[in-house]
Design a protein around this ligand. Structure first.
Ligand code: ADP
Length: 397
């Protein structure tokens, strides 16, 4: 198969895209880019695989793409024009929710699209934009296979014990269960480690995807055994602006005693909490570290405390771990946060090497420590491209 696999990740106000050339040994990155500020003042930037800027654009007035669907149309037109006749083999889409039905990537047809529509209520902030991206891409390239790849799919191996809430079973049957998210990132990391070191890939891992959205995942034998995220991407550890795990009784109190509307509670928990809410500075760890205020210090200390607690909890579900892996924006770049998290985890066999950690080395534990601590770059777009090619292969091209 010769040609390009496009990857689209359509969010509420941004569209990320990437292009990979299909080769015999898997997808080879060619370009990445994003349109930000959709609905306000959109701007596009695209770079080649080496990071050089290929295109940069700002729009004004009526020309500006006003919706994610319009941004998809604009981007795919631009990409098509720049490919000089190279065929687009498939378009892979990041879709946040696959519900109970989709445990693997799937080629989208009318029936699949209808099934994904029914999941909108499970992820109202993300799923409609993901589906708008699929519809716009299908309209522009009606003959090109569209492959949906799910953030929940990797976690379907968790099993009932980890997935269920302690509610009457009818709620589980209705789909009210822990799904877990960031699955494409975890799957990428699990495969990467298995390729690097098959014994490690078959072992017990806790992986921390610590970005604006953040979660941790327990992995054994390359499969998810649990996630800190649950029914929604609000559960688990504190994030840039999301609170993470919170006593459900507190939510009732906000509504019943403090007279907050559900919209106000939603805004509080999704947009005004987490590192931003606690620090009063920003959701960005770099700015929080630079602020040096007591509230900023408290935000970082609480974040590390909660992550450490969840590492312990996930390690307990696995009966111990062979490696702890940090990934995503904070995990890959914030040495100070990694050091704080690992402080006090010596009982698990985790011992950081300060110099390696400061240098963001691929392995930041001391030589010979019982548990390896690794830093790896995650690449969800590449994972989607690999899935898209695999689905094409399975379909016979
Ligand atoms: P997203 O979930 O939006 O994909 P990323 O994985 O890119 O997010 O993570 C973004 C976050 O990573 C930023 O908000 C910031 O907190 C953190 N980050 C990125 N670079 C650094 C850095 N050099 N030092 C500390 N934190 C960083």
């Amino acid at each position: 198969m010769r040609g390009i696999v496009l990857v689209l990740n359509a969010g509420s106000s941004s569209l990320k895209f990437a292009g990979f050339r299909a080769t015999g040994t898997g997808p080879e990155p060619r370009f990445t880019g994003q349109v930000e500020g959709i609905g306000a003042t959109p701007r596009l930037i695209a770079r080649d695989a080496a990071g050089a800027v290929l295109a940069e654009r700002r729009w004004a007035g009526a020309e500006a793409p006003a919706s994610v669907a319009e941004a998809v149309t604009t981007v795919v037109r631009g990409i098509e024009a720049s490919l000089h006749g190279q065929p687009i083999l498939a378009i892979g889409h990041r879709v946040v929710h696959g519900g109970t039905e989709f445990a693997a990537p799937v080629r989208v047809d009318a029936g699949v699209l209808a099934a994904l529509e029914r999941l909108v209520s499970l992820a109202p902030l993300h799923q409609p934009h993901n589906l708008a991206g699929i519809r716009a891409a299908t309209k522009h390239f009606p003959g090109v296979p569209q492959i949906a790849c799910f953030d929940t799919a990797f976690h379907r191996s968790q099993g009932w014990v980890a997935e269920t809430f302690a509610l009457p079973p009818r709620f589980y049957e209705q789909g009210l269960r822990r799904y877990g998210f960031h699955g494409l990132s975890y799957e990428y990391i699990a495969r990467l480690l298995a390729a690097e070191d098959p014994a490690l890939g078959a072992g017990r891992l806790v992986v921390g995807h610590l970005g604006n959205g953040a979660s941790l995942c327990a992995i054994a034998g390359g499969e998810s055994r649990g996630s800190t995220m649950g029914f929604t991407a609000l559960d688990g550890i504190p994030m840039g602006t999301r609170c993470g795990q919170i006593d459900p009784g507190l939510v009732l109190h906000l509504i019943d005693a403090l007279d907050m509307t559900t919209a106000e509670v939603s805004d509080l928990l999704y947009r005004d909490s987490g590192l931003k809410g606690l620090s009063g500075v920003s959701q960005d760890v770099r700015q929080i570290e630079a602020a040096g205020t007591a509230a900023a210090e408290g935000a970082l200390a609480h974040f590390a405390f909660r992550v450490r607690r969840e590492i312990g909890a996930l390690a307990a579900t696995l009966g111990g771990i062979d490696a702890l892996v940090f990934t995503a924006g904070i995990g890959e770049n914030a040495a100070g946060v990694r050091a704080r998290i690992c402080e006090g985890l010596g009982f698990l066999g985790i011992r950081l090497d300060a110099a390696r950690n400061a240098a963001h080395a691929p392995e930041i534990s001391v030589a010979g420590a019982p548990v390896r601590v690794l830093v790896r770059h995650t690449d969800e777009e590449r994972m989607i491209a690999e899935h898209a090619l695999a689905v094409l292969d399975a379909d016979g091209g």
